[in-house]
Design a protein around this ligand. Structure first.
Ligand SMILES: Nc1ncnc2c1ncn2[C@@H]1O[C@H](COP(=O)(O)OP(=O)(O)OP(=O)(O)O)[C@@H](O)[C@H]1O
Length: 273
């Protein structure tokens, strides 16, 4: 990507993550599906972004392409100056279900990505790192517990630790807290924000909750119905750390209204005309 000098003659810093005109076509059972259309955006290091949009608009498809689990039909993805063409050590991913292995303890589940990549000896050496992550996630005392002994929120926190154990710079989360009750979800959002800011991690969250998107994000990308395009970028200029009482503030609710309008009025106007 060419970096043009700005007015002052300086070359602007390269974005940490950039997607450039990403398209994804699936073969489809009956006909081809154009799931993502010319998706382009950039994020700076340390920013949290959300992708919101109607069911089936291509949010997970975009996330999976960034994760290297799916190849784009066209377009390029760059992370920290290198082109991503497959799964990358610098990228951690987490899905709605914690998918912990039921026969492994919390510690051994957290260490699994290291064991898979680098073997059992490397996982053993990383035991202290796993322990401190488990502690940070409020699971002290459950290091040797099996997943069946954890609540849904605790299992999801263990999955957060597993995502972080390789110390990724970019975190990708697909509906991470969607299966949790509202109270636990709110706690997880506060916790997740704390982890991101402590590690200066960059994150992209797919969510169906407009409130969650506003709460977590520096920028919200609204996607149009299929073929999914980024129809609007909304920068969330609320102070950090975000706190649960902020959700009742008028500034917070103005953002919620704006995103709601983009999703339910603008997108539908665009569809019908
Ligand atoms: N492997 C696949 N083969 C064919 N079509 C697919 C495949 N995966 C997804 N699709 C289609 O691509 C479109 C986008 O799917 P995707 O899962 O990315 O949407 P989404 O916005 O994440 O949906 P949801 O919010 O319901 O999870 C949908 O029409 C879906 O049916």
């Amino acid at each position: 990507m060419n970096q043009q000098p700005n007015v002052a003659g300086n070359t602007p810093a390269k974005p940490f993550l950039s997607l450039t005109r990403i398209n994804k076509h699936y073969r489809g059972a009956r006909e081809p599906v154009h799931a993502a259309k010319d998706v382009s955006f950039e994020l700076e290091r340390g920013q949290t972004a959300s992708l919101v949009g109607a069911s089936g608009c291509g949010k997970s498809t975009v996330l999976k392409m960034i994760a290297g689990l799916l190849r784009p039909s066209s377009g390029e993805i760059h992370l920290d100056g290198r082109r991503l063409t497959g799964p990358d050590k610098g990228v951690g991913i987490m899905f709605q279900q914690p998918t912990l292995l039921p026969w492994r303890t919390v510690t051994d589940n957290v260490l699994l990505p290291i064991e898979i990549r680098q073997g059992k000896a490397a996982a053993k050496l990383a035991a202290e790192r796993a322990k401190s992550l488990i502690h940070m996630a409020g699971l002290t005392g459950f290091e040797e517990a099996l997943p069946g002994e954890l609540s849904g929120g605790m299992a999801q926190r263990a999955a957060v630790c597993r995502m972080l154990v390789n110390e990724p710079d970019l975190l990708l989360l697909d509906e991470p807290f969607g299966a949790l009750d509202e109270f636990t979800r709110e706690q997880m959002n506060v916790e997740f924000q704390r982890i991101c800011s402590a590690r200066k991690a960059t994150a992209i969250v797919v969510t169906h909750s407009i409130q969650e998107a506003v709460f977590l994000s520096d920028v919200v990308f609204v996607m149009s119905p299929r073929p999914g395009r980024i129809s609007k970028r909304i920068d969330i200029d609320l102070p950090r750390p975000r706190t649960p009482d902020m959700v009742t503030s008028s500034a917070f609710n103005e953002y919620v209204r704006e995103i709601h309008h983009c999703l339910f009025v603008r997108n539908s106007e665009a569809n019908h005309g």
